[in-house]
Design a protein around this ligand. Structure first.
Ligand code: 26V
Length: 823
């Protein structure tokens, strides 16, 4: 592995960066900070020492970046997100600092292997999936394009659960990622803010009787304490801060109660406070509606805003200039309570009137929507909301009154439309709609792919779009090419550099220079050899972890992502069963060997998703032990999919499965990572797949199935899946094998309801798309057997998806939403 990138020689007097000096520093860190002698140090100790030395290297640049932002009075971006799915940081940090080779050499002189210790770092999995990983890519890109930016979130003690598979079923275990400590963070005890809950609101009059203000007297209070992680951009030019809040009791031991003999009660209070940052909610759809979740949302939103306002007042004095100096971005509705909180702080603490506060608020906030799934849109039971945040409830009523008044004066706003845009959902149980709050309180509302943005305008936000035309805009997602090409695929990175030079390292779109190498047979073979080596690396991992042997000569067909019915892992599994059936029925045919790889977590309360995992494992067990398909078909479910697993699986894929029901995947970002690493997409016309197709060209992607429009038409014209199934012998055969217990002899009824759902309603249109999907897979076989053609297609994928760099996405946010300059 060689990322021989030299550090930027300009600015920041660095500490010596040669291998010798690094080795000396690592030894010294091992001795004085870890407290170990090299003769007894464990690999973990070496990792700690190395990470600390790497962190030291960021500190001067970090301070320089901070100073620069202050001195130049730059406008800053603040990215509020309940999730940051960061993954490991050692390789990312030293690679961006240009110190990979120096560290490798330094460690090797100490008889330590960099890759070996890097693999021991635990994944910071403070997120569920796409939305959280996007936040992590954005943090790295904001530093890269030199935006003074701060990420704000929660420092969960327990991140995304660890998934084990036991007898084919998902089992969730706590993820104690902090058990060895986090070498990257700085605790900032002094940077803490009080967060209130419950209580009452009073109207108080100033001494001169001239002014009235609302005074919220919370019943409970907790402390939010900051932990800062430096985030270094590509080539180390800028280092930004990810500030995560941890909850602490305001009064850690309630001395009065403790002294009065109530030891237990006194400590219970402190546990209650700490529970706020104890665990990440592991669901990425259907909000649990639990009070703790709203408490978490308010906890980090309020702490972040207090921090932002304190900084602004210190630097500029007056808060009416906030929109000129701060862009606050809401990653989904999760932090949207920040809108009411900013209004409260501006009016109740800083004395602004409603109109001024509302103008400042709208000028400051922008909101990204990440899903159209109706069940994922957050809303809170009004009575619970009011009890927990009484002052915010009043403010939301006031905002609602202003918005509805404005709408009443608008042409064509009848009662139905008024009901649709209201912040309060009426009927039975009244609820507070966070999506509508985020929309009206922001000057920009964006979707994450062209299709998703168009659908937002037509569906969930149709009426708000009519009231505030022009507010909705598109920002197609992106991924950081550092982690998702340079670091995870060093072989491809080296090959590309050799072929087209270094320009793509600073401008990912320059990968298009690879197009000129497509007709070079030697280059194609070298490209294929890299893929082959990556497949061997994955096969080794699968052999070690699961004791399953994979043939790297077979097609590696990969579907990795959260398990969700709309993502249609079931379509893939059913097609696998159909293929299995075909191979057994026609053993004389020339079948193309294939390995089907699956990985992903299911929300613990999502029954069908967990059943789909069990089905994948049942199908895998049956197929893998059947001599009739030996060497032709293998199925693997890789447990505990996370960022680190993605970094191994994605570079090893020949086929990228992006097969969601059209109209349902807002964007997808895995699709971009696979294409960048030279996998060919089998996909529907959904989310960013459409834009990938536009860039790689129709001949280099395999598109199948209904369009979003056709899905809509079918649904409204009485879709009849049974008739479709009965007209497709292959599908019918595969489904009947599954229902009859071929894969579940121990419980023949296990999949009866799951399959019955396909016959009965098939909301996700598995049946409607099955034949087209199966045909696309047989086209894959044909292309695979024309090696030159396959390799051309794969290279054209890598060459033409540079546009999906998150640097490009972030520059668009900066220019079109935040109004901050970039490099
Ligand atoms: C929603 C909820 C609902 C309440 C319970 C907890 C929870 C946690 C996360 C979410 C967010 C779901 C939305 C999401 O992750 N969307 C994904 O965002 C990606 C980045 O924009 C995008 O590529 C995926 O297509 C989209 O599904």
């Amino acid at each position: 592995m060689n990322i021989g990138v030299k550090p930027d020689p300009e600015e920041v007097p660095g500490r010596p960066a040669d291998a010798k000096s690094l080795a000396r520093e690592i030894l010294s860190a091992l001795t004085y900070r870890v407290g170990k002698d090299p003769t007894v140090a464990t690999q973990h100790d070496w990792l700690s020492a190395t990470s600390q030395v790497a962190r030291d290297r960021m500190v001067e640049r970090w301070m320089a970046s901070t100073k620069r932002a202050y001195q130049q009075s730059d406008k800053r971006a603040f990215y509020l997100s309940l999730e940051f799915l960061i993954g490991r940081l050692l390789i990312d940090s030293i690679s961006n600092l240009g110190l990979m080779e120096a560290f490798r050499e330094a460690l090797s002189s100490l008889d330590v292997d960099l890759d070996e210790i890097a693999a021991l770092e635990s994944d910071a999995a403070l997120g569920n999936g796409g939305l959280g990983r996007l936040a992590a890519c954005f943090m790295e890109s904001m530093a890269t394009v030199d935006i003074p930016a701060h990420g704000y979130g929660i420092r969960y003690t327990n991140g995304m659960f660890r998934q084990e598979v036991s007898d084919g079923w998902q089992v969730e275990l706590p993820e104690t990622w902090l058990s060895h400590g986090d070498p990257w963070e700085f605790e900032r005890r002094e940077r803490s803010f009080e967060i209130g809950y419950g209580g009452t609101v009073e109207l108080v009059t100033s001494a001169d009787g001239m002014e009235e203000r609302h005074l919220w007297k919370p019943q409970e209070r907790v402390l939010a304490v900051a932990y800062d992680t430096p985030v270094v951009g590509w080539r180390g030019k800028r280092v930004n801060t990810l500030r995560l809040w941890s909850a602490m009791p305001v009064d850690p031991i309630l001395l009065d109660r403790f002294n009065a003999g109530d030891h237990i009660g006194a400590l219970m209070e402190s546990n209650k406070a700490e529970s706020l940052s104890l665990v990440l909610y592991p669901a990425d759809s259907s909000p649990a509606g639990q009070e703790l979740r709203l408490r978490q949302e308010y906890f980090f939103s309020s702490a972040s805003l207090q921090d932002i306002l304190q900084r602004h007042v210190y630097q500029y004095g007056d808060l009416t200039s906030l929109p000129d100096k701060a862009a606050i971005h809401l990653n989904d509705t999760h932090p949207s309570i920040a809108i009411a909180e900013l209004m409260r702080l501006l009016m109740d603490v800083h004395g602004l009137d409603f109109e001024t506060a509302w103008r400042v608020t709208k000028g400051t906030f922008a909101y990204t929507n990440h899903t159209l799934l109706p069940e994922a849109l957050e809303s809170w039971q009004l009575s619970m909301f009011e009890h927990l945040l009484p002052r915010h409830m009043q403010i939301i009523y006031a905002i609602n009154a202003a918005v509805l008044k404005e709408a009443r004066g608008h042409e064509g706003f009848d009662d139905q439309k008024i009901r649709n845009i209201s912040l309060i959902e009426e009927g039975g149980q009244r609820r507070v709609r966070m999506g509508n709050l985020a929309f009206v309180g922001s000057h920009s509302v964006n979707g994450v792919s062209a299709l998703h943005t168009e659908l937002m305008k037509k569906t969930v936000f149709a009426d708000l779009n009519q009231l505030y035309p022009g507010r909705i805009n598109n920002k197609t997602n992106g991924i950081t090419p550092r982690r998702w090409l340079m670091e995870c695929n060093p072989g491809l990175f080296a090959l590309v550099r050799e072929a087209i030079g270094d320009r793509f390292m600073d401008d990912t779109e320059a990968l298009s220079d690879l197009n000129t190498h497509v007709e070079d047979a030697a280059f194609r073979e070298a490209f294929a050899a890299v893929k082959r080596a990556n497949k061997e690396r994955l096969a080794k991992m699968v052999a070690e972890r699961l004791a399953i042997r994979l043939d790297p000569a077979a097609i590696f067909d990969v579907q990795v992502k959260r398990i969700h019915e709309y993502k249609r892992q079931l379509l893939n599994i059913v097609e696998t069963v159909a293929l299995y059936d075909q191979i057994r029925s026609h053993p004389e045919l020339d079948w193309t060997p294939r390995v089907k790889l699956f990985a992903g977590k299911a929300a613990p309360s999502y029954y069908n998703a967990k059943l789909i995992i069990k089905l994948a494992n049942d199908v895998a067990r049956t197929i893998n032990r059947d001599p009739a398909v030996r060497g032709l078909l293998r199925v693997v479910f890789v447990p505990n999919y996370n960022v680190s697993a993605a970094e191994i699986m994605i570079p090893a894929a020949d086929i990228s499965e992006q097969i969601s029901t059209a109209g349902m995947e807002a964007s997808g970002t895995g699709n971009m990572k696979f294409a960048l690493n030279g996998a060919i997409t089998v996909g529907t016309l959904d989310g960013a797949n459409i834009e990938i197709k536009e860039r790689v060209g129709d001949d280099n992607i395999l598109i199948f199935g209904l369009t979003a429009e056709e899905v809509g038409e079918r649904r409204s014209n009485g879709y009849q899946p049974r008739a479709i199934i009965e007209a497709s012998p292959e599908l019918q055969q595969a489904l009947s094998a599954i229902t009859s217990g071929v894969f579940s002899p121990d419980d023949r009824d296990r999949y009866r309801d799951l399959v019955a759902g396909l016959y009965d309603h098939d909301w996700f249109m598995v049946a409607a798309d099955f034949d087209a999907y199966s045909a696309a897979q047989r086209r894959v076989d044909g292309i695979w057997n024309d090696r030159a053609r396959w390799n051309r297609m794969a290279i054209r994928n890598t060459a033409n998806v540079g546009w999906f760099s998150s640097d490009r996405t972030i520059r668009e946010y900066a220019r079109e939403i935040w109004n901050v300059p970039t490099k």
